[in-house]
Design a protein around this ligand. Structure first.
Ligand code: ZN
Ligand code: ZN
Length: 305
């Protein structure tokens, strides 16, 4: 009788266990290996209240928790879609080409996906009706590039397909200019380097040009992989309303967005920190390299499994 009771108890306990597992919100197996929120928390600063004119003073955004992200079925890599493609549009100088090459290496380390730079598409393929002169600047329609020039030749294995151009871009919905435009459904985007300065002017100008290009590429790819604007920390996923605001944001993910991307793309954060530390150091951005060095130490001292 006593034995029967123990077996019955065991069955009930096991069933409750299964029921809890079944009813729990999406459980992410081995989440700690993708980094938990507090391991590297001490390296990050909360986002300060927006000043007048800054992004969050104009756009009210709700942010996005890890759970909201993991339940949103974001774009990621699949067996058949596992590469990032960069498409240059128009002509680039020797230095600008060098920056694009460097951007592809950066993204390889940032998203741990192979990156390929495709052949350039000629500006001549854009019809005259998709150009305009605005406040003395020759601009082309970001929408035309996205919906016509890019949509027709997205590589079959593209996890993301992004284009860079030196021409200033406009979007009919906005008055002046846009730095870029993306389409989450077909995982593509087009970004302009026209306002990033001349990288040949000085070492400082070169570094600024590099930093701006890396930031726009990594931020917009974050969107393609389903990450929304970050409102909690200073983070590469902060929205920005101007180049000045974009310049002031860091190059790295906050702990929450890092966890999202590592979970989605199955990235080992410790290994990623190590690679980015080396990458930034090689490119003479010691401050960024130090950030990843410190992140690496913290995450390695807190590994839970
Ligand atoms: Zn954005
Ligand atoms: Zn963030």
């Amino acid at each position: 009788m006593k034995r029967k009771l123990i077996i019955l108890k065991l069955i009930i306990v096991t069933s409750i266990g299964f029921l809890i597992a079944y009813l729990s919100p999406k459980v992410v197996p081995g989440l700690t290996k993708y980094g938990s929120d507090n391991e590297i928390e001490s390296l990050h600063q909360p986002l300060k209240k927006a000043l007048p004119g800054e992004w969050l003073s104009i756009v009210k955004e709700p942010g996005q928790t890890f759970e909201q992200y993991s339940n949103s079925n974001p774009n990621g890599k699949t067996k058949n879609r596992n590469k990032i493609y960069i498409r240059p549009i128009g002509n680039f100088s020797y230095t600008e080409k060098k920056v694009l090459k460097s951007t592809s290496e950066y993204l390889e380390n940032f998203y741990e996906l192979p990156v390929e730079i495709l052949d350039s598409i000629s500006i001549a393929l854009i019809p005259k009706t998709s150009f305009r002169i605005h406040q003395g600047n020759r601009q082309t329609s970001a929408k035309y590039i996205l919906n016509n020039l890019l949509a027709s030749n997205i590589p079959n294995d593209a996890a993301a397909y992004i284009a860079f151009t030196k021409i200033d871009l406009y979007n009919e919905a906005k008055k002046n200019f846009v730095l870029g435009l993306g389409n989450l459904v077909n995982r593509s985007g087009v970004y302009s380097m026209a306002r990033f300065g001349n990288p040949d002017n000085s070492d400082l100008a070169y570094k600024m040009f590099v930093s701006r290009t890396f930031k726009i590429a990594s931020h917009e790819l974050g969107h393609i992989f389903g990450v929304k604007h970050c409102i909690d920390y200073r983070c590469i996923m902060n929205g920005s309303n101007s180049l000045i605001e974009s310049d002031s944001k860091p190059v790295y993910f906050c702990p929450i967005d890092l966890k999202k991307v590592c979970w989605n793309l199955k990235i080992d954060p410790a290994e990623r920190f190590m690679k980015l530390k080396t990458f930034w150091s090689k490119n003479r951005f010691e401050e960024n390299s130090n950030f990843y060095h410190k992140s690496e130490i913290l995450i390695n001292s807190n590994v839970l499994e």
